[in-house]
Design a protein around this ligand. Structure first.
Ligand code: FPP
Length: 245
């Protein structure tokens, strides 16, 4: 309880430092890293970290929406993640399946939030692919915010996939503008801010094309500990950098 009070006070103080009339990131992308370490530090199985990470992800969507973030891209499952033990992979997939079928989906829909799955979803079971496609179809006309979940996603893979589509289309000269029409994120502006938790300071293939001009913001906190205070801190520091850019 004390922790909660302290945290919401810190969040409010940090929020006040932001100039809400100055430049704000419209598109924020987050690498939700550190679920496993968060759990290990507490003597819990890694799956408990993913469960906690899922809760944090839902809260993050909520406070991004509250603060008028228009596009949010979340790195949920990389092409590398298949190398993890089968039981851990299955658990993460079960969390995704649950997310696209439980009350959360209705809640996002009611809040006028559109969701997309970006990445090569063909590697998931047909059942999971159907659930992802249905969730995207259900929320397709929502206009307040787009949330992209990057699943079985790798940046190089995305670029090769886009190039194949570009060549197949064959109707235009190759240019940056024509090429990026085939990226998974073609409906979104580039992310102005990319956040990575857990102290790692790499892009790990996330949004390789789209991140060319993005500000990168890192925190040592593990993903399940990410909160509104850190969100405001990232935006505040983003604005400080932009003032002198
Ligand atoms: C990174 O922590 C987190 C993941 C690989 C999985 C995160 C997935 C979810 C929270 C569920 C996503 C749900 C939807 C609907 C897309 P890590 O395991 O790499 O942590 P570590 O670096 O400490 O091992």
């Amino acid at each position: 309880m004390l922790f909660g009070l302290n945290h919401s006070l810190k969040a409010r103080v940090m929020k006040k430092k932001i100039n809400w009339n100055a430049m704000l990131p419209k598109h924020i992308a987050i690498m939700m890293d550190g679920n496993g370490r968060w759990a290990t530090q507490r003597g819990l199985p890694r799956t408990a970290g993913h469960f906690a990470g899922m809760k944090t992800m839902k809260n993050t969507i909520r406070f991004c929406k509250k603060n008028n973030v228009e596009y949010l891209t979340l790195y949920a499952f990389s092409t590398e993640n298949w190398k993890r033990p089968r039981s851990e992979v299955d658990y993460i997939i079960s969390l995704i399946n649950e997310f696209v079928t439980d009350d959360t989906l209705d809640d996002l829909n009611r809040n006028n939030i559109r969701i997309n799955f970006i990445g090569d979803i063909s590697r998931f079971s047909l059942e999971t692919q159907n659930m992802m496609n249905n969730a995207a179809a259900l929320t397709k006309s929502n206009t307040d915010m787009i949330v992209n979940f990057a699943v079985n996603y790798g940046g190089r893979n995305e670029i090769v996939h886009a190039m194949k589509l570009f060549l197949k289309d064959g109707s235009h000269e190759l240019s940056e503008e024509e090429f990026e029409r085939f990226l998974y994120t073609s409906e979104c502006p580039y992310p102005e801010l990319i956040i990575r938790t857990s102290g790692e300071k790499r892009l790990s293939g996330f949004l390789l094309w789209q991140s060319a001009m993005s500000e990168l913001w890192f925190t040592d906190e593990m993903w399940p500990s990410f909160n509104e205070y850190l969100f405001y801190k990232a935006i505040y520091e983003f604005q400080c950098r932009k003032q002198y850019a």
